[in-house]
Design a protein. Structure first.
Ligand code: TMP
Length: 210
């Protein structure tokens, strides 16, 4: 039987990486094979593209080039990792996927959503998630969590995280709009509670797929 494909989405600092690992452990306890991946990334080529996309370059990619780099990374991940895993019955959990492209490059950068959908469909060879968990926190909380992550890990915000307040409010709106358009596939999770509370909410949704 084909495995399930679950993606985690949301703005920065929503706790996606923590929750995705907790879900992986929960599924493994039940004897399910789980493949955990992230976007952009998850293959050697895609991880190299990730560096190009996140770094502050002297010659940063223009909006179209940024889009195509995300899609190139995705095409490689879908073909080499996600589809083979689903076909052998594993469940795939991805930290971000297509909805990030629609929110960031579509609503955020202002590229035409119709073109994005077509190009993305081509890159994914038609693959869509079975369930997308949209982790939602307020913009104040998001900023607070990013700042504390930066001081805890000594990292600084990357090129996209630094894209400015207007960009970030457009993409917040974008994620909400996408969820309203596809209520069956995209489920919003209030991510403002404790790690355990959020984990519980996620599990309620995922259980329905088992
Ligand atoms: P993250 O893994 O730390 O969330 O970094 C990925 C960054 O790339 C994040 O700022 C969101 C952004 N992004 C896009 O702009 N478009 C995409 O299609 C994807 C997958 C991510």
């Amino acid at each position: 039987m084909r495995g399930k494909f679950i993606t985690f989405e949301g703005g920065e600092g929503a706790g996606k990486s923590t929750q995705i690992k907790l879900l992986e452990a929960e599924l493994k306890k039940r004897g399910i094979e789980v493949v955990l991946t992230r976007e952009p990334g998850g293959t050697r080529l895609s991880e190299k593209v990730r560096l190009l996309l996140k770094d502050e370059l002297e010659d940063p990619p223009c909006d179209r080039s940024e889009l195509l780099l995300f899609l190139a990374a995705r095409a490689q991940l879908v073909k080499n990792v996600i589809k083979p895993a689903l076909e052998r019955g594993a469940w795939v959990l991805s930290d971000r996927f297509s909805d990030s492209t629609f929110a960031y490059q579509g609503y955020g950068r202002g590229l035409d959503l119709k073109i994005l959908r077509l190009a993305n469909d081509f890159a994914c060879d038609g693959l869509k998630s079975d369930l997308t968990l949209l982790m939602e926190i307020s913009s104040e909380e998001s900023l607070k969590r990013m700042r504390s992550r930066e001081s805890a890990t000594g990292t600084v915000a990357d090129r996209i995280e630094n894209a400015g307040d207007d960009f970030h409010s457009r993409l917040r709106f974008g994620f909400k709009d996408l969820a309203a358009q596809e209520p069956g596939r995209i489920k919003t999770i209030d991510a403002s509670g404790t790690i355990e509370e959020v984990q519980e909410k996620i599990w309620k949704r995922v259980q329905l797929l088992i």
